[in-house]
Design a protein around this ligand. Structure first.
Ligand SMILES: *Cc1c(COP(=O)(O)O)cnc(C)c1O
Length: 367
């Protein structure tokens, strides 16, 4: 069986260094807010070519804290609207509603799966304060049109970079393309910890200071609290693991691109629509997502051929029980995407034989 993602094999590549990192933290006697975090923040900041990086507990918190920071700075207030792609993982939306802001769902482009900038302007109202764009499946979702609209209407541009570590656009890196970026280091992400971790990146110093305090009970100085904050810290042990894995991220991206390019060139099944790539640098292939009308039939065919696949995602946020108030929205492109998508195995540890096997299994599918 070709696994969808073999995390054990991925982390085995770094096992010795990861164990040394764990030993270093255990022996140090210092488990939070120490040298490992400082070192990761500094190196990740350099990797993203941004001004400030704040390590936090997970990717959802990173996004929640960005919006909370803007609220504390008086740039947004409860009830304001944030434009979001209708087609995303629910965490992007949870960050908005958790801050009592209102998500305004805009349809994606069906071929790139990313927010369609040409549809943003029609969704803007006097309450709109930000666009939260998601670089879904690892591909940059920002274009000049989106930047121009944010500029014209004075909107903050927030990036959900949970799936796009290292993706680039005109030499700038995911997380440094807008006003602030949220990052996730969930184990299955391209840059994955061995537990939960996340980060915020921004060039806005005021926002960075607010977020640093908010993530630490609202405290900027020990026992002095300027905000009603939360506890959202990136543990030393996870930071130590991330310090190891960050060194190899470019190799990981190159490995994923190799698999993706092989799939793009060799999958020829007429009933399968391949993902559109805007620019090679702009995609880091967190997921390789195809579309097909009879998705469940294809998934079963692949399973019979020994290829495990997943669906990202089966139910769009506006159709989730948690968001009953949005269930009647008319979002046909998003709904079609959620019915038709299937994610193929992709990672830097797949063997050539496995990559070829996936393609053979697809090319013998009749529909
Ligand atoms: C994984 C993910 C998140 C949340 O990250 P966590 O670290 O799991 O909280 C947010 N947005 C997107 C698009 C994601 O894929």
């Amino acid at each position: 069986m070709i696994k969808f993602l073999d995390l054990q094999k991925i982390n085995a590549c770094y096992a010795q260094e990861l164990k040394q990192a764990a030993d270093r933290v255990i022996d140090s006697g210092w488990y939070l807010m120490g040298k490992e975090l400082a070192s990761f923040e500094s190196d990740y900041n350099e990797f993203c070519k941004t001004g400030h990086t704040i390590g936090v507990a997970n990717g959802l918190d990173a996004l929640r804290l960005i919006l909370k920071g803007y609220i504390e700075l008086g740039i947004m207030q409860k009830g304001d609207e944030v434009i979001v792609p209708a087609n995303t993982y629910i965490a992007s939306i949870l960050a908005v509603t958790d801050n009592e802001l209102t998500p305004v769902f805009v349809e994606p482009n069906i071929n790139t799966f990313n927010l369609d900038a040409s549809k943003i302007e029609a969704a803007i109202t006097p309450k709109t304060k930000a666009v939260l764009t998601v670089h879904l499946y690892g591909q940059i979702s920002i274009d000049q049109q989106m930047l121009d609209i944010c500029d014209k209407y004075g909107l903050k541009l927030i990036e959900d970079g949970a799936q796009s570590h290292g993706a680039q656009w005109h030499g700038k890196v995911s997380g440094a393309l807008g006003d602030a970026g949220g990052h996730s280091f969930y184990p299955g992400k391209n840059l994955g910890a061995l537990g939960d971790a996340g980060a915020v990146t921004t060039n806005d110093e005021k926002l960075s200071l607010a977020i640093r305090a908010l993530a630490n009970y609202g405290s900027h100085k020990k026992y002095e609290n300027i905000y009603q904050g939360l506890n959202s810290r990136l543990d030393e042990i996870q930071a130590a693991f991330l310090n190891v894995k960050l060194k190899y991220i470019q190799e990981d991206i190159a490995g994923r691109r190799k698999v993706a390019n092989y799939y793009l060139e060799h999958i020829t099944t007429p009933s399968i629509v391949l993902p559109e790539v805007i620019h090679e640098d702009g995609h880091v292939w967190h997921l390789f997502v195809i579309r097909t009308k009879n998705r469940d039939k294809l998934q079963k065919h692949l399973l019979d051929q020994g290829v495990q696949t997943l669906i990202h995602y089966p139910i769009p946020p506006h159709k989730q029980e948690a968001y009953k108030e949005y269930k009647d929205l008319h979002l046909p492109i998003t709904e079609q995407i959620h019915k038709e998508v299937l994610s193929l195995p992709i990672s830097a540890v797949m063997t050539d034989a496995e990559i070829e096997q996936v393609v053979k299994s697809l090319n013998c599918y009749n529909d």
